[in-house]
Design a protein around this ligand. Structure first.
Ligand SMILES: Cc1ncc(COP(=O)(O)O)c(C=O)c1O
Ligand SMILES: N[C@@H](CCOP(=O)(O)O)C(=O)O
Length: 422
């Protein structure tokens, strides 16, 4: 395996602050982390990532007094966060699905068990803290729902105004309810998520708000802890490492963050390059620009202007982290696959059958695993982790449509018994 995207062991530039700095993934630019607000490289407009002079080991994490995400504070750009106990999510066995697909071991990392019900909390605990450190009056994001729920929650916890831009009519009810109750100002845009992100990025560039979408490199540092937890939990449960992680892809932040976690573990001497799990992305057929790029071996991802899927969380046509995520998939020997809405719903039912309630986008990971086992791309001797990113209650309408119909009965025990006997 050839891990070329960045060299996390590069010497710290003079601009580093306490051994932490920002670097462009496309050119040689480096800069201080907190002095100025930057989302992209000032020289070439490339994506930025956080780099560290010292990379911690698992022994360092074991000595940590922090919990969840903050167990991994030594790997993060700030020592503590605006926190409500995010991270330390369960790595579940799924015996029925494991038997059905036939792999050596299958686990589901259920990020729906975070405080606001999705993995976004891991990013926000770090990102909102950095915003506090930099000193900003207003936090903002574009969202298909979960980012807005998490930002509204962590932003209000920090006592900062939150502005969220949502694609009108395309966000699941639970997520709008969360943003609303946590007190965010919600703008419903007559456009899709990518339009919302264009607008909010422009607002941020004009200094109107601090952007907390995954373009923000500090937010992705928090999401990196998913990868660190998976390695530790999988090893504890099986004595082995996962060969592959299958995950849904929208804006491609998680794919990028997991790859960064593993590159840093390699640089710290904790994994060999051969031990880095294969990253395998799954998109819905109606919103699959990353899959198109992987299948056509393209250098960049073409923006899809028209996107549609039941999995509204990943109804995204212009994955902003593609320049990080394409190398993540390619350099780990992975692939990307598209699944239909029907396959997503079937997988949602299968997960529910093993006791795990997820929203549709999350079920895409299991739908993708099923398809890649059928095609033989994933082999029977692999240890696989599927990432499920959001809780079932995020999208109650999708869950009710996928589930069984309630049966109306009279308020009478005998009639209930008679009904049950039919
Ligand atoms: C539930 C859920 N799953 C998956 C994704 C996709 O994650 P990413 O944007 O990091 O690819 C998102 C958001 O984009 C999401 O909200
Ligand atoms: N699914 C996301 C889309 C935005 O992605 P982000 O990671 O860039 O914030 C959401 O929940 O809004």
């Amino acid at each position: 395996m050839n891990l070329t995207l960045s060299n996390p062991t590069a010497p710290a530039p003079d601009s580093a602050d306490g051994g932490t700095w920002l670097a462009c993934i496309d050119c040689e630019w480096t800069g201080p982390p907190f002095d100025e607000i930057r989302y992209r490289c000032p020289d070439c407009d490339g994506l930025l990532e956080v780099r560290y002079a010292d990379l911690p080991t698992f022994d360092d994490f074991a000595k940590s007094e922090g919990r969840g995400v903050w167990r991994y504070a030594d790997a993060l750009p700030v020592e503590s966060g605006v926190s409500i106990d995010e991270g330390d999510t369960p790595l579940y066995e799924v015996p029925t699905i494991e038997d059905e697909v036939g792999v050596s071991a299958l686990r589901v990392k259920h990020e729906g068990m975070n405080p606001t019900g999705s993995f976004k909390d891991r990013g926000m605990t770090v990102g909102v803290k950095v915003a506090e450190k930099i000193g900003t009056d207003r936090l903002a994001c574009a969202s298909t729902g979960n980012t807005s729920a998490a930002l509204a929650c962590y932003g209000t916890r920090a006592g900062t105004e939150v502005l969220v831009l949502l694609p009108a009519g395309k966000v699941a009810a639970g997520k709008v309810a969360q943003a609303s109750l946590h007190g965010a100002r919600i703008l419903e845009v007559d456009g899709n998520f990518d339009d919302c992100l264009d607008i909010v990025s422009e607002l941020a560039n004009r200094g109107e708000a601090y952007l907390l979408n995954s373009l923000n490199p500090f937010r992705l540092e928090g999401q990196k802890t998913i990868g660190l937890e998976i390695v530790e939990q999988f090893r504890d449960q099986t004595g082995d490492l996962p060969d592959r992680i299958v995950l849904p892809v929208g804006n491609a932040g998680n794919t990028s963050a997991l790859f960064k976690a593993f590159r840093e573990l390699v640089a710290a001497g904790e994994l060999t390059p051969e031990e880095v799990p294969i990253l395998t992305g799954v998109q819905a057929e109606g919103a699959a620009p990353m899959v198109e790029a992987v299948e056509t071996d393209a250098d960049f991802v073409r923006r899809w202007d028209e996107v549609e899927t039941i999995a509204t969380a990943i109804r995204i046509g212009n994955p902003v982290n593609a320049p990080k995520a394409l190398p993540a998939i390619r350099e780990t020997g992975g692939t990307a696959i598209a699944v239909t809405d029907e396959e997503i719903t079937d997988a949602q039912r299968a997960l529910a059958g093993d006791g795990i309630g997820v929203e549709p986008a999350s079920a895409a990971s299991v739908a993708g695993l099923r398809k890649l086992r059928e095609s033989g791309e994933i082999s029977a001797d692999e240890n696989v982790v599927c990432l499920t990113t959001g809780h079932l209650l995020k999208d109650p309408d999708a869950a009710a449509n996928a589930g069984v119909e309630p049966e109306p009965v009279p308020a009478d025990t005998d009639e209930v018994l008679e009904h049950l006997s039919k």
